[in-house]
Design a protein around this ligand. Structure first.
Ligand SMILES: Cc1cc2nc3c(=O)[nH]c(=O)nc-3n(C[C@H](O)[C@H](O)[C@H](O)COP(=O)(O)OP(=O)(O)OC[C@H]3O[C@@H](n4cnc5c(N)ncnc54)[C@H](O)[C@@H]3O)c2cc1C
Length: 509
């Protein structure tokens, strides 16, 4: 299986070369060995798939016109491209960063979906209604209900679609605010992002879809209420006008644009971010300048468990697989499985405004991403609770008592202290103990461009720009004022697919 993954990547790259770039034309500028800090694979995987070596389309191949222009190569853009191509259109993808994948590549816990074949196989009873209700509660009942219904009703189909194109998310876990295991991740429990992006890229390559990196779209062109193309800065130097009757904007959120974050929520001044550098909100700005409506821009999510020196997100799956949070006192202070806003607020309310995730070898075994955190130097370990407490300068007696009490709660299935009722399948009594120091960081921008369920952009005057579609984190409303972990990957795949299909359909009519 490991070998097959390497072959899949290399086959994808070579097909891509054959189909899109004359092999002689490939320049070193366009070869990127993708081994950056964003990699969330575990060490075992690194040995096999670190050939995340990608050949992007050479700029000499750029044409003056395409059927569909897709801006951004994250999960939304790649899904849109694959669906547009499968519907008979000729799409192109422009990506402003030197590598594809955006924040999607960093996503870790998984993708939420209900009533799936993998849940059924695992004996998990779930319903679209429960998924809807819990997401609404998490979003403080402010979610766009039509968008949310569309996402949930299409979530099982999206899991099947991914599976059918070689991206199998059959290992289940839970995130905060969800009552059952509906977060789907790769079979070995590793982070979802790298696996997902590699799989989508392989599919794009197999379909000969051109993907130009280092190519920032700067303007969307419109005439008489219809999209006519884009202006793009290719190779970060040359301005080109590319024509198209359909443009899909999938540029992600604005979590890495601290100015835009603080403008929309001044309380977030000075917060670190978990986002990749390209999350700058360019798509929202371009669409706003065409009269596009924006919603919920001040709903910016902070994630409770972020390593502060690096902005590295410590995945919710760590708590989902049994970890607890303790303060400097060595005691619990919250229901760790509450929604992100509540857990973040509880950490900020501590005098030291930081906390420690505590887990054992069992959690470490179940969450492969922890190997990566360890190799980055974020994890402190001890053979016993006392040893860990000493390493962390936490009171050993208190920590011991906290873990003993927690293990008793797990065996009784009841947490009388904080009312946690999920992620209690396993206690913390296996092997050595580990801790990661965490505090909240800017993580997700729930607000963005106003779309309908066809991914058409709605203008402030209620009209649409014909041929203009948007999908993914740059759109607003679906998550309400607080996104549930695992729902963004569902959002980008489901609405990315929809945008690709709708754009192709628009061209045929
Ligand atoms: C560390 C981390 C972990 C996460 N874990 C999860 C998880 O487990 N489950 C979950 O549901 N969600 C998770 N999320 C959230 C989720 O990953 C994102 O919301 C989602 O991936 C966004 O996808 P997207 O396709 O909309 O945007 P992105 O994946 O960010 O892609 C947008 C792309 O557009 C490019 N771009 C921007 N502007 C331009 C321009 N003008 N021209 C050309 N290209 C441009 C960007 O460089 C980027 O590559 C996580 C987020 C982070 C940061």
């Amino acid at each position: 299986m490991k070998k097959r993954m390497v072959l899949a990547s290399l086959l994808g790259a070579s097909l891509f070369l054959n189909g899109c770039v004359g092999a002689d034309d490939a320049t070193s500028d366009n070869k990127v060995e993708d081994t950056g800090k964003e990699d969330t694979k575990n060490e075992e995987e690194d040995a096999t798939t670190s050939a995340t070596y990608r050949e992007y389309t050479d700029i000499s191949e750029l044409e003056d016109q395409y059927d569909v222009i897709i801006v951004g190569s994250g999960g939304a853009g790649l899904s849109a491209a694959i669906e547009a191509k499968d519907a008979g259109a000729n799409p192109v993808i422009f990506e402003m960063m030197p590598v594809a994948g955006g924040n999607t590549k960093k996503s870790s816990a998984g993708m939420n979906a209900s009533e799936t074949k993998f849940q059924e196989a695992a004996g998990v009873e779930d319903s679209n209604e429960a998924f809807f209700e819990e997401t609404m509660i998490g979003g403080k009942e402010t979610n766009d209900e039509e968008l949310l219904s569309y996402m949930i009703d299409n979530s099982a189909d999206a899991i099947n679609w991914l599976d059918s194109i070689g991206i199998t998310l059959d290992n289940l876990t839970t995130t905060g605010g969800m009552s059952v295991e509906r977060t789907h991740r790769p079979s070995d429990g590793s982070a979802v992002g790298e696996y997902l992006v590699n799989g989508l890229l392989d599919n794009a390559y197999e379909r000969d879809i051109s993907l130009f990196v280092n190519s920032e779209v700067q303007t969307i062109l419109e005439e008489d209420g219809k999209v006519t193309g884009v202006e793009v800065l290719v190779n970060q130097t040359e301005e080109r006008t590319i024509k198209s009757d359909a443009v899909i904007v999938a540029t992600g959120g604005f979590g890495a644009n601290s100015e835009m974050v603080v403008e929309n929520d001044p309380a977030l001044e000075g917060f670190v971010t978990t986002n990749h550098e390209g999350s700058t909100g360019t798509g929202i700005e371009m669409i706003s300048s065409l009269g596009g409506d924006v919603v919920d821009m001040d709903d910016i999510q902070i994630h409770p468990t972020v390593e502060q020196s690096s902005g590295y997100l410590i995945t919710e799956a760590v708590r989902g697989e049994g970890a607890i949070l303790v303060s400097n006192e060595g005691t619990r202070f919250t229901n760790e499985m509450n929604t992100r806003d509540v857990v973040s607020a509880d950490i900020i309310a501590l005098p030291e405004k930081k906390a420690y995730l505590i887990f054992d070898d069992g959690v470490k075994e179940r969450v492969k991403a922890i190997n990566k955190y360890e190799s980055e130097g974020f994890v402190v370990s001890g053979d016993s609770i006392e040893e860990l407490a000493n390493e962390m300068s936490l009171p050993a007696e208190a920590l011991n008592e906290t873990i003993e009490t927690w293990n008793k709660s797990v065996s009784e299935g009841s947490d009388s202290a904080f009312g946690r009722d999920t992620a209690m399948d396993e206690d913390l009594s296996n092997g050595s103990y580990h801790a990661v120091e965490v505090a909240p960081g800017v993580h997700h921008t729930m607000g963005g461009v106003h779309i309908n369920t066809f991914t058409e952009v709605i203008k402030t005057d209620g009209n649409k720009v014909e041929g203009l579609y948007a999908a993914g984190e740059m759109t607003g409303g679906i998550h309400g004022s607080n996104r549930i972990g695992g729902n963004a990957v569902a959002d980008i795949i489901i609405f990315g697919r929809q945008a690709g299909k709708q754009a192709a359909n628009y061209l045929q009519n």
